[in-house]
Design a protein around this ligand. Structure first.
Ligand code: ZN
Length: 506
């Protein structure tokens, strides 16, 4: 007979479960095995995902008081249980979607067929606006007819399942209680950001649309936006062969071992079945962290590698004595913040001149383009967050949501969005909130690093050890806003981002 359920048993078996799950993802996505076997894992560990497990963490949460370490742990464990409870019930819907996405084919009016999963690549690569419009209208028709109803059902179910657990009244209040993040506060910041940067956007977006696409902004759709941001004018300065060595050199100069004494395993070899995008798989934290990539070269590759390296360093330098919930769970705004701290090095002229092929004559144009992209993504994510609070909030009917989606996203970006994407272009469980807070956190961290270690902190041998000690070592025990206050003495906000974008757009 196995030992009775307890928080200790949840931690112990949760650790093994996470290790096995992460290894499945690593091996399947890196081409070492054909497909991930996830359902058998849930079966093997069914005791820690039972109703009793949920109840034990609920009791621990209710029995702890706000502001204590017990509450900090209990909140994360309960959040994990609530998420698993809902993921398990949604698994069949998720599998149905994955199967659809793998098989679906977009039928173009000129007789061609494109696999659904390639449409954004085809749209990004097409330099002919009429071709893009043709692909986009076929994609929208297919998504509206087949994928959107499945996604809508999934979000309805997710909302119902979460609300039925009865932790707080409604999905949003439950998420706020379990995450420690105020949605109303973040939403108000997003609304202010959209207002404050409207003038800047109106000034720059039409010019870029004209120059890159030869189109008036008001004629563009999201398909044209894909082509606009796929523009490869600077790729020659970011060759594949130099990427790994240049970035390793930088991290070493900062006083951090890029392989964390063997705990980070760089999987850079070519292999059949290996995904083309870089990813980080924390299998045993902090002792076995994989950074997988297949270098192609180009700007996006460099920034993806930097992003995933930020995650890998975070996991590999976490203090091993911290409990499961601080190493595997917690506010992902923190780990995304470190990942963004590293990928935003691509917006630092000094860093670019030292480690890439970009020269002083080409970097001003590169930085203007990067500033435009940054502003676009922030405006898009602000609009998404506002929309998603309505999607999960429940005050609007499901039928009313697509019009709101189109209105919010189109007016924030200037690109016309499609109703069909209203349930497709959604980050489940408010991951958009984590990204937005990560954006804010990395800006404050970069300011703090500059104050402590100068503008070229990224090559100051004292900066790395401070980062390991004060940031990575803490794992994900703190919420992003707590960490911002501890490290910089400032509250998270969009203000430093607005200042930086203004400087970049010059
Ligand atoms: Zn990330």
């Amino acid at each position: 007979m196995s030992e009775p359920l307890s928080i200790e048993r949840l931690r112990k078996e949760g650790e093994s479960f996470n290790e096995e799950l992460s290894r499945e993802f690593y091996e399947s996505l890196s081409g070492l095995k054909a497909e991930a076997q996830i359902q058998p894992l849930y079966e093997k560990y069914r005791a820690i995902f039972s109703k009793d497990a949920l109840e034990i963490t609920r009791e621990a949460f209710l029995g702890s008081s706000e502001g204590t370490e017990e509450r900090r742990s209990a909140r994360l464990l309960l959040d994990w249980q609530v998420e698993s409870h809902s993921s398990r019930q949604l698994a069949s819907l998720d599998e149905r979607e994955i199967a659809w996405e793998g098989d679906a084919v977009v039928q173009l009016s000129d007789g061609r067929q494109i696999p659904y999963q390639r449409t954004s690549i085809e749209l990004g690569n097409s330099t002919d606006r009429h071709e893009r419009a043709m692909i986009e209208s076929a994609r929208v028709k297919l998504v509206g007819r087949e994928l959107a109803p499945m996604k809508r059902e999934r979000f309805q179910r997710e909302r119902d399942i979460t609300e039925a657990i009865g932790i707080a009244s409604g999905y949003n209040a439950t998420w706020e209680l379990l995450s420690g993040i105020s949605l109303d506060g973040l939403r108000a910041e997003c609304e202010a950001f959209l207002r404050d940067t409207q003038g800047m956007w109106d000034d720059v977006a039409p010019r870029v649309a004209k120059r890159v696409l030869g189109m008036a902004l008001k004629e563009t759709t999201r398909a044209d936006a894909l082509a606009l941001f796929r523009a490869r004018e600077f790729d020659e300065f970011f060759p594949a062969r130099d990427m790994e060595s240049a970035i390793r050199r930088q991290v070493t100069e900062m006083g951090i071992d890029p392989e964390a004494n063997g705990r980070i395993i760089l999987d850079t070899g070519d292999r059949q079945g290996k995904r083309s995008r870089a990813f980080c798989a924390p299998v045993r934290v902090p002792n076995e962290v994989y950074l997988v990539l297949r270098p192609h070269g180009g700007q996006t590759d460099w920034s993806t590698f930097l992003h995933e390296l930020g995650h890998a360093l975070h996991y590999a330098y976490m203090r091993p004595d911290l409990p499961l919930e601080f190493r595997f769970m917690g506010d992902n705004s923190v780990t995304e913040g470190y990942a963004m701290l590293f990928d935003h090095l691509m917006q630092d002229a000094g860093w670019l001149h030292r480690y890439t092929g970009l020269e002083k004559s080409t970097s001003p144009a590169f930085l203007r383009s990067a500033g435009f992209e940054e502003l676009h993504f922030l405006r898009r994510y602000c609009a998404k967050l506002i929309y998603e609070t309505e999607l999960y909030g429940g005050a609007l009917s499901w039928e009313a949501l697509p019009d709101l989606y189109v209105e919010l996203l189109s007016s924030a970006t200037g690109f016309q969005y499609a109703r069909a994407d209203a349930f497709v272009d959604v980050d489940p469980r408010y991951y958009a909130a984590r990204y937005l807070r990560a954006w804010q956190l990395q800006a404050l961290l970069a300011e703090t690093l500059t104050q402590k270690f100068d503008a070229d902190w990224w090559r100051n041998p004292k900066a790395g050890p401070w980062m390991v000690e004060s940031l990575f070592g803490e794992a994900q025990r703190e919420l992003a806003h707590e960490q911002a206050m501890r490290v910089s003495g400032k509250a998270l906000s969009f203000a430093p981002l607005v200042r930086k974008i203004e400087r970049m757009l010059g």
